[in-house]
Design a protein around this ligand. Structure first.
Ligand code: SF4
Length: 360
């Protein structure tokens, strides 16, 4: 398949591995920011193929994993209401809140439905005018444009029974927060190709410069990842700190101007809490005041709900690249995909789930 097979070609991968081996003279720590990239790295055993002086650490780029506990509790509170139809992508249904999860709400009689797109939720709102239909709007800059479009479309169609519970987060402020941490050991980043397809990569230029850190915009197939690692290692060995674009078949410096305009017209950028990490300034989206009648947090008055994380789960350290999932005492024992203690074990993109499935 075009744009797929050639990026899974074992011979090309071998050539890249040899180049990484001959280029890397010193030890380097590189973080892949995106959970999709982590999944590829674990699935294809890329860590085992790299020279031992290259350490990959796995970043907080799994939207399911970083959605804070209190947002899950807010979703559960809304979904438990009698006249509500709560819609969400499948991954969010199993994420544990402080006491329950959305699947449990469904088992107890709540109307919780899995959808594949916010437009499915709009259709449900149209055909169920007597119910309030809420869509759980999570994800990075990649999923935000269709969700923004759903709100604009709901307003156009005068669907006053539709709203979104908005938990969107943004990648560049997270990278900056990781780099500014005193505990950080990250020397280069692989940025997420799909996020940059929407947003471009000009936002990364000042971050790379300020923290003297190479950032390589990278795709998601094994050859993409290996090429991204090679580009990062070349920069590190040559003492260069630039933003480079490995994923040029999809990413332009300026991103997608139509999607960016829609986002700017629909959302304000606000401080946002990340699960396991805490509040990162200016790292999330919230609906603009003109769309407040579509903001489920305001409609259902759940803004007051706050919750602290369980001390057992070290997801915060895992998501900051400070520890590997296998260093968690609950990994594979108290915490498994079928009985997750923390969000990174729930999502297929979560680092803990990827280690559980692929790391032998
Ligand atoms: S293995 Fe489970 S408990 Fe440990 S960090 Fe991962 S999600 Fe949290």
């Amino acid at each position: 398949m075009k744009y797929l097979d050639e990026y899974r070609d074992a011979k090309v991968a071998q050539v890249l591995i040899q180049k990484i081996k001959s280029t890397a003279k010193r030890p380097w720590v590189i973080m892949e920011i995106c959970g999709g990239q982590t999944h590829t790295i674990l699935k294809y055993g890329i860590e085992e193929l790299l020279p031992t002086n290259i350490t990959l650490v796995h970043g907080p780029g799994c939207p399911v994993c970083v959605t804070p506990l209190e947002m899950i509790d807010k979703a559960i509170a809304i979904a438990s209401l009698k006249d509500v139809i709560f819609t969400s992508y499948g991954d969010m249904l199993r994420v544990p809140g402080s006491k329950s999860d959305l699947l449990n709400v469904k088992a107890n009689g709540g109307d919780v439905r899995m959808v594949y797109s916010p437009l499915d939720a709009l259709k449900i709102a149209e055909t169920n005018p007597e119910n309030k239909v809420v869509f759980f709007s999570v994800g990075f800059e990649t999923t935000a444009p269709p969700n923004a479009m759903a709100v604009v479309e709901a307003q156009r169609r005068k669907l006053n029974n539709f709203s979104i519970l908005c938990a969107h987060v943004l990648v560049p402020p997270a990278i900056e927060a990781l780099l500014s941490s005193k505990a950080s050991r990250i020397q280069a980043f692989l940025a997420a190709g799909h996020v940059c397809t929407v947003m471009g990569y000009s936002e990364y230029l000042p971050i790379s410069k300020k923290y003297n850190t190479p950032i390589v915009v990278t795709g998601f197939e094994p050859v993409d990842i290996l090429q991204g690692i090679l580009m990062a290692v070349q920069q590190l060995e040559e003492s260069r700190c630039e933003v480079e674009n490995q994923y040029s078949r999809s990413v332009r410096l300026e991103g997608n101007p139509i999607a960016k305009k829609l986002l700017a017209e629909t959302f304000d950028i606000v401080d946002r809490k990340w699960r396991g990490i805490g509040t990162i300034p200016q790292s999330g989206y919230r609906l603009k005041e003109k769309y407040s009648s579509f903001d489920a947090e305001k409609i259902f008055n759940v803004e007051y709900i706050t919750k602290e994380e369980s001390p057992l789960c070290i997801a915060g350290e895992v998501l900051q690249g400070l520890k590997k999932p296998t260093e968690c005492s609950a990994f594979g024992t108290l915490c498994k995909p079928e009985s997750p203690l923390g969000a990174p074990m729930v999502s297929t993109e979560g680092a803990c789930a990827a280690y559980f499935h692929y790391h032998k």
